[in-house]
Design a protein around this ligand. Structure first.
Ligand code: DHE
Length: 546
């Protein structure tokens, strides 16, 4: 039987199995909070809980937290759950929040949810800053950096990205971005980096400037996670698209200025036929075979193919899949997009050439692929890999329906690789590598959260090598776990960069491994390298290589 060591995500993770434990006696007193405490609890909920439970608390990756359910649990039990977490997967917050904050948050979720304001064209236009107009920008690269091997590194709690030269391992510049900045994506030309903060602030960085810097900014929503650009031939760098958690909508912008052009709401009916007021935009990817974005709507379970060839007469294909869509990536051919319906324990496969759902694949608990990893399995042929937050396996799914030798494996789980524990967030390989690297930062065991599992792709019957990355970095001891997160290859595919994500006030680092020997090549340390998490190599992100 599979060993289940962890459930869900750290940030505002689910109130887990709590609701399954059944009701307890409601508190006699009506819950209430003074105005100031309520405001603070509202902010905390938004920052720590809304990502999993939703702003309106309808539940997604996390459970439904509407007052009728919370009142049944009552104040003392809610406080305990927030402080200590649950066996069902919610992590503890007693090391992040004070006792008073936990108490106020427990009270807050028994009160009716606050509905944040809408964010429309006027707000976006008012927030739009064209810092360097296109005509004032360089017409050629003005620096001598090997731009294809630059890494855009999320410095999560600093609200910055660090641009790091992949050849010299030097920090080229640090750029102010949005709050709790989330991901970077590259324009089709590789010149522009788009960075989105959780507060919806989108920043456009021009890598051609002598010192790469932000040339435009726009607040695309109030709570956001995803951004991409138009990559199809003839539309390179023409448009950008950003998706919001709140308000539930996406916005299409000019690619080189971020001027907002069109906003589309995602409110509507779920695959079960029920109205949902908050269907959030999860991942967005850009097709290279059509002028289309693939936009995954979390709560409705619908995957939208948005045709940007005529945005005034926008045509959208709506594909029904499964609820709670989150993150995903392309197969090696770039025809199929595989996205996790994480709380449904499924991977949805979209055939973007035909504009149809190709399959819904059942998997182990809470798949979390990031963008996944593609390689040719010695026995099963081309496969795409995803790790799991809630199970201790990496799942391999066959991806070659057109290949007579491997067609029978298409959209089937061909193998589950054993991990030493659950809590994986990201897996990564590269066409030139024969290794698969899988992190487990959400594992409750410190040693596992600080380690990475490396599989030999030539022999997948072998146990993975477990490398204790934190022990190799020679960082001072601190109270925070140095979570190993997000392996990312360099342009040549011979180095793997891994973040050691420590506390906001403790030193973090990026450890660079030689992929062939799995030994440390460099440790990038800098007092300004605060909470590095995602790293996006220009070449690999531009060309969707993973
Ligand atoms: Fe992420 C990708 C949402 C927490 C690091 N994350 C994504 C995507 C979504 C998402 C929808 C896909 C974007 C795309 O491809 O367009 N993330 C969420 C959440 O809702 C969640 C669970 C809670 C929250 O409140 O935000 C969450 N994410 C985290 C983290 O705590 C991580 C580990 C650290 C951090 O920096 O915040 C984190 N998420 C990442 C990274 C990616 C990502 C590094 C991109 C992976 C890639 O290789 O493309």
């Amino acid at each position: 039987m599979r060993k289940l060591t962890l459930g869900m995500s750290v940030l505002g993770a689910a109130l887990g199995a709590v609701l399954l434990m059944g009701p307890t006696i409601a508190t006699a007193q009506e819950p209430s909070l003074a105005a100031e405490a309520r405001e603070h609890a509202k902010d905390l909920y938004f920052q720590r809980c809304a990502g999993c439970h939703g702003v309106l608390r309808k539940g997604a990756t996390g459970k439904n937290l509407e007052p009728e359910n919370m009142l049944k649990l009552g104040q003392p039990r809610l406080e305990r759950i927030i402080a200590l977490g649950t066996d069902g997967g919610m992590v503890n917050f007693d090391d992040i929040l004070t006792e008073q904050e936990i108490s106020d948050l427990a009270t807050y979720i028994q009160l009716p949810p606050d509905t944040p304001p809408e964010w429309g064209m006027q707000d976006m236009m008012a927030s739009w800053k064209l810092l360097v107009p296109v005509e004032d920008r360089p017409t050629q690269q003005m620096n001598s950096i090997n731009l294809q091997n630059v890494f855009s590194v999320t410095l999560r709690d600093a609200g910055e990205v660090a641009l790091i030269d992949g050849d010299t391992k030097e920090i080229i510049s640090r750029v102010k971005t949005g709050y709790a900045v989330h991901i970077s994506r590259l324009s089709a030309s590789g010149r522009y980096v788009y960075v989105i903060g959780r507060d919806g602030l989108l920043s456009l960085i021009d890598l051609w400037m002598e010192e790469p810097a932000v040339v435009a900014e726009m607040k695309s929503g109030l709570d956001a996670r995803s951004v991409d650009t138009s990559k199809f031939q003839g539309f390179e760098d023409t448009y950008a698209i950003a998706g919001s958690y709140w308000p539930p909508q996406y916005v299409i912008m000019e690619g080189d200025t971020l001027k907002p052009l069109k906003i589309v709401s995602t409110r509507g009916i779920t695959v079960d036929g029920e109205y949902h007021p908050e269907p959030r935009v999860a991942s967005i990817v850009s097709s290279q075979i059509k002028p289309e974005w693939v936009v995954s709507i979390k709560e409705t379970g619908q995957i939208l193919l948005v045709d940007y060839s005529d945005i005034e007469n926008l045509k959208t294909t709506t594909i029904e899949s499964a609820k709670f869509l989150h993150d995903g990536g392309w197969d090696a051919s770039k025809r199929y997009f595989l996205v996790a319906a994480n709380a449904s324990n499924k991977i949805a496969v979209v055939d973007t050439q035909e504009g149809k759902l190709a399959a819904l694949v059942d998997t182990a608990r809470i798949p979390h692929p990031g963008r996944g990893a593609n390689f040719v399995h010695p026995e099963y042929g081309p496969v795409w890999a995803t790790g799991h937050l809630g199970d201790d396996v990496v799942t391999l799914i066959g991806t070659a329906p057109e290949d007579p030798k491997y067609a029978d494996n298409a959209w089937k789980v061909v193998q589950e690789l054993q991990m030493p524990g659950a809590g994986n967030l990201f897996v990564k390989t590269h066409p030139k590598s024969r290794n698969l690297w899988a992190d487990m930062p959400q594992n409750p065991e410190k040693d596992l959260a600080e380690s990475i599992a490396v599989y030999d792709l030539n022999d997948l019957t072998k146990e993975p090598e477990i490398i204790h990355v934190a022990a190799l970095a020679d960082l001072p001891e601190g109270s925070a776990i140095k979570r190993v997160v997000h392996p990312e290859f360099n342009e040549n595919g011979d180095e793997v960069w891994i973040s050691l994500w420590a506390g906001k006030v403790e030193p973090s680092a990026i450890v660079v491994f030689d992929d062939a020997t799995r030994t440390v090549k460099a440790v990038i340390k800098d007092p300004n390298l605060i909470t590095p998490t995602g790293k996006f190599n220009v070449h690999n992100t531009q060309h969707d290589i993973y």
